[in-house]
Every structure is written in structure tokens, then in C-alpha cells.
Design a protein around this ligand. Structure first.
Ligand SMILES: Cc1cc2nc3c(=O)[nH]c(=O)nc-3n(C[C@H](O)[C@H](O)[C@H](O)COP(=O)(O)OP(=O)(O)OC[C@H]3O[C@@H](n4cnc5c(N)ncnc54)[C@H](O)[C@@H]3O)c2cc1C
Length: 451
């Protein structure tokens, strides 16, 4: 088939938050930009849908919190309002079959477990502070830490089974992967990148503190609105050819030519494109060792947030699962909404189950946290990100043990005229919306500095 050719100064591949931020900056600097997006929508891992009349909820990225200035500033600029996540009332903990209600910052775990956890967290915090955010592979003990899995470290550094299980739960919820799939070095980097597990997992004072009215995908939709005619959806890039003068990108039906390209995709998606000439060995080795995490997001809707009347916050944690953490994601008015995640091995296991069995397991779990009413929502939604061809999983990609030290330098290093964006390339809030925005800004600055 003969292909039509379209030119631009800069082409951005991927209309997620990162790609759109990069495209807008390049465009504002006076360069002609095109964005090629595989899906028939923008937003990538941001996906908001109307789940009840006038009730728009997030099936992907949702919350922001303190320390995430860039995404906050972007939202304000685009006129997307945020509002606090409901956080009043007692939280629920189910641990070893016992249900507890609590308001303190620390969950009511047995004292020896809390002491064990505190000393482990202190050691992790001390080590994390040594890890340079832009080059974690440079810390003196990087070779050892990168060849040690998080599981091996926690197995040897906690005394009690309770503390080990609690940290396993935290790592799984934080990274949607199992501690035996992650290196200690990467865990330390993430703790440094986010300001610690509490900052990343908490609602009040943490990364779940606010959410966007009308859904987080609005950020992408409004950014795309600032680039009229420049965002071409339904355009999966299959091949990228670089020569002395520029780059040619091939989709099924079209060819595009530009002076420079920003790939705003997660590393595993980058490896679905054919590169001519091939990329550096380091880059190829890195992306082949950076799988996505596994996550299924579940949302249960009720006539009203009934748990509030019982004095509950909607936040629950438990060792039994399959939903190990929940948050009240109810809109300002309308139904009550509980959100939870199946992550890591749990997600993989439940991907294989039937929707009916999955729903039954999730609702039984919500019932244990919040009482029988929770097991009977008026509506139930789920989104398995592993089934999304153009995401391959979520929340984000993580390097396998050993990959950071050997190949980490290839994460952001441009390959000729090809520059890398995407949330996974951000030193701060790596894997989050905040990281996606800062990575888009950095990639745009790289290009503008060379043109
Ligand atoms: C369930 C879930 C919950 C999350 N919760 C939060 C949260 O509460 N807070 C938070 O900050 N973050 C959260 N995240 C992470 C956040 O959503 C991501 O960090 C962010 O959206 C990533 O943006 P991005 O632009 O880097 O990548 P993406 O959003 O993945 O964008 C990449 C784009 O590239 C496109 N693409 C792929 N292949 C091709 C190709 N060959 N050619 C052209 N286009 C292609 C994709 O379709 C996609 O649009 C969550 C993620 C998930 C999945």
C-alpha cells in the first residue's frame, strides 16, 4: 500500500499525559508538532468514564497529593479542579482474621510487629536517602542492592512474620509487583522518589489526598484541546527509521517525517516498535528487563456512602485480600464509591478467574471490611490494565533485579534524534502523573535546547 507522508519539526509518540505535556511545550516554542496516538482516545493510563448519570470516575490514575507541584500547576492552568478525598472517620484493619477500627496514624498491629516495622522502615529510610534520584546506580552499594531482591532483604531484616507480611503488602500496593520481582535498589529509589511509603500510600498528607472533579483524564483531554489538529489518534507507530537528516515513523497506513521524536511511552511499549538502525544494546537490554506491574482497579458504587454514617473513612487495609487497600472515592454528591486494587500476583491470579468469580471475591472482601451492605453495591466496575494492548499493565513499569546497575544509564539518554519521556523516566514521583508531567517537560527541553 502506498503511504501518505506528513511532516513536522517534532513528532511525539503517545498522547498520555507525558506526551501531551511535551507536545504543548514544543508547540508553544514555535515548532510544528504532531502527536501520534495508538488508541482512539487520549490519556493512556488516565481513563475516566461516566458510571452513573453525571458521575465521572477514574478507572486508571486518579489521585494527587502534597509535593506534586507540577501536576497541580498543570491542572490549575487547564481549569481542572481538584478536591479532597474523603478522609474523616475510623479506618479498618483486618489482620490475622481480627477486624479493628482505628484513627491513629499507626495501624493497631501487635506491638512487636510495630517495633519490628519501625526499625526496618528506619533502615530503609536511611538507605533510601543515599540513592541519587537521577542516577540510583551510582550509590556505593548499588551492585549489591540491585542484585538483592526486596523479598530477600525483608526476609533477613525483619524478625516477625507479621512485619514481613506487612512490608510485602506495602510493596505490592506501592508498585503493583511482588517483592521478589523487585530489587532492593529500585525499592529504595521509589521510596526516595515519592518521599516514602507513607507519603505514597496515605490519603491525608499523602498521594491520595486529592482527586480531580470530572476525572483525571480531563488533564489529557484539555491538553489535546490546546493542540487542535495535531493529535492523530488511531495511529500506532510500528517502525522508526533514523538517518542523518531526520526520523521517519511508520504506522499501518502513513509515514511521518520529523527532525526529532519524543517517545512518551512506558519502556515495555517502546520495545514494541522496530528501530532502524537498532537502538544501543544497553537500551534494548534495559527495556527488555522492565515489565509493567499488574493491577486491576475495582470500583463499587452504592446509593450513598453508607460507611460514613457508621463513622468509617472508607479506608481499609487487610492481609486477607484480594483487595488489600480501599479508599472512599465518592463524588461530592451522588453515590458512595469504594475503590480498591488487585495488585501483583493477586491481579495475575484474578485475571485468570471469571468476571463473576472476581466480582464475588472482591465484594466478599469489601463486606468483611465494611459490613454486609458493602457486598451488595448498586453497580460494580473493574479495569484490568494487563488486558490493555497499549498499556500492558500498570500502575507503571519497574526494572527487574540487576537491570538498573547494568543498563539504567539508558533510561533517559537520547538515541540520536530520539528522546524519551513517560512517567517511568522521572526522578521524582516516578510512575505517577507528577512524574509523567516532569518527564514530558524534560524531553521537550532537551529537544528545544538542540534546535
Ligand atoms: C490503575 C492505575 C491507577 C493509577 N493511579 C494513579 C494515581 O492515583 N495517581 C498517579 O499519580 N498515578 C497513578 N497511576 C499512574 C499514572 O496513570 C501514570 O503514571 C501516567 O498516566 C502515565 O502517563 P504517561 O504519559 O507516561 O504514559 P501513558 O499514559 O501510558 O501514555 C502512553 C500513551 O502511548 C500510547 N501508545 C502506546 N503504544 C503506542 C504506539 N506504538 N504508537 C503510538 N502510541 C502508542 C498509549 O495508547 C498511551 O496513550 C495509575 C495507573 C494505573 C494503571
Amino acid at each position: 500500500m502506498s503511504k501518505t507522508l506528513r511532516d513536522a519539526d517534532v513528532i511525539v509518540v503517545g498522547a498520555g499525559l507525558s506526551g501531551l505535556v511535551a507536545a504543548r511545550l514544543v508547540s508553544e516554542a514555535g515548532q510544528e508538532v504532531l502527536v501520534l496516538e495508538a488508541r482512539d482516545r487520549v490519556g493512556g493510563r488516565l481513563l475516566s468514564a461516566e458510571m452513573a448519570p453525571g458521575v465521572i470516575l477514574d478507572l486508571g490514575g486518579e489521585w494527587v497529593g502534597p509535593g506534586q507541584q507540577k501536576v497541580g500547576a498543570l491542572a490549575r492552568h487547564l481549569g481542572v479542579k481538584d478536591r479532597p478525598t474523603w478522609a474523616h472517620g475510623e479506618h479498618v484493619l483486618i489482620w490475622r482474621g481480627q477486624r479493628h477500627r482505628y484513627t491513629a496514624q499507626l495501624p493497631p498491629l501487635p506491638v512487636p510487629v510495630l517495633v519490628d516495622l519501625a526499625q526496618g522502615a528506619t533502615r530503609l529510610g536511611v538507605m533510601a536517602r543515599l540513592v541519587p534520584l537521577t542516577a540510583p546506580w551510582r550509590v556505593r552499594r548499588a551492585p549489591k542492592w540491585d542484585s538483592t531482591t526486596a523479598e530477600t532483604w525483608l526476609a533477613h531484616n525483619f524478625v516477625s512474620l507479621g512485619a514481613k507480611d506487612a512490608l510485602r503488602l506495602v510493596v505490592r500496593e506501592l508498585l503493583s509487583a511482588e517483592p521478589d520481582e523487585l530489587s532492593l535498589l529500585y525499592l529504595l529509589f521509589v521510596l526516595r522518589s515519592t518521599g516514602g511509603a507513607r507519603a505514597a500510600l496515605a490519603v491525608s498528607g499523602g498521594a491520595q489526598e486529592q482527586h480531580f472533579e470530572g476525572g483525571a483524564q480531563q488533564l489529557a483531554l484539555r491538553l489535546a484541546g490546546t493542540l487542535p489538529g495535531r493529535v492523530l489518534s488511531g495511529s500506532p507507530v510500528q517502525r522508526l527509521l533514523q538517518d542523518d537528516k531526520g526520523v521517519t515513523l511508520y504506522t499501518e497506513a502513513h509515514e511521518f517525517r520529523a527532525g526529532a521524536v519524543i517517545l512518551a511511552l512506558s519502556p515495555p511499549l517502546c520495545s514494541t516498535i522496530e528501530y532502524v538502525p537498532g537502538l544501543s544494546e544497553r537500551r534494548q537490554e534495559l527495556v527488555s528487563r522492565m515489565p509493567m506491574g499488574d493491577v486491576i482497579k475495582v470500583l463499587a458504587l452504592y446509593e450513598e456512602p453508607f460507611w460514613r454514617a457508621k463513622g468509617l473513612s472508607g479506608q481499609a487495609t487487610g492481609d486477607e485480600g484480594p483487595v488489600h487497600m480501599t479508599v472512599d472515592a465518592s463524588p461530592e454528591s451522588g453515590p458512595g464509591v469504594l475503590v480498591g486494587f488487585l495488585t501483583g500476583r493477586n491481579a495475575r491470579c484474578f485475571t485468570a478467574a471469571s468476571p463473576k468469580d472476581r466480582r464475588a471475591a472482591v465484594l466478599a472482601c469489601l463486606g468483611r471490611y465494611f459490613g454486609p451492605s458493602a457486598a451488595h453495591p448498586s453497580a460494580f466496575y473493574e479495569k484490568d490494565w494487563g488486558e490493555e494492548h497499549y498499556s500492558l499493565g500498570g500502575y507503571d513499569a519497574h526494572p527487574l533485579p540487576g537491570a538498573l546497575v547494568r543498563f539504567g544509564t539508558a533510561l533517559r539518554e537520547p538515541c540520536g534524534r530520539v528522546h524519551w519521556a513517560g512517567a517511568e523516566t522521572a526522578p521524582r514521583w516516578c510512575g505517577y502523573m507528577e512524574g509523567a508531567v516532569s518527564a514530558g517537560e524534560r524531553a521537550a527541553e532537551e529537544i528545544l535546547a538542540t534546535s
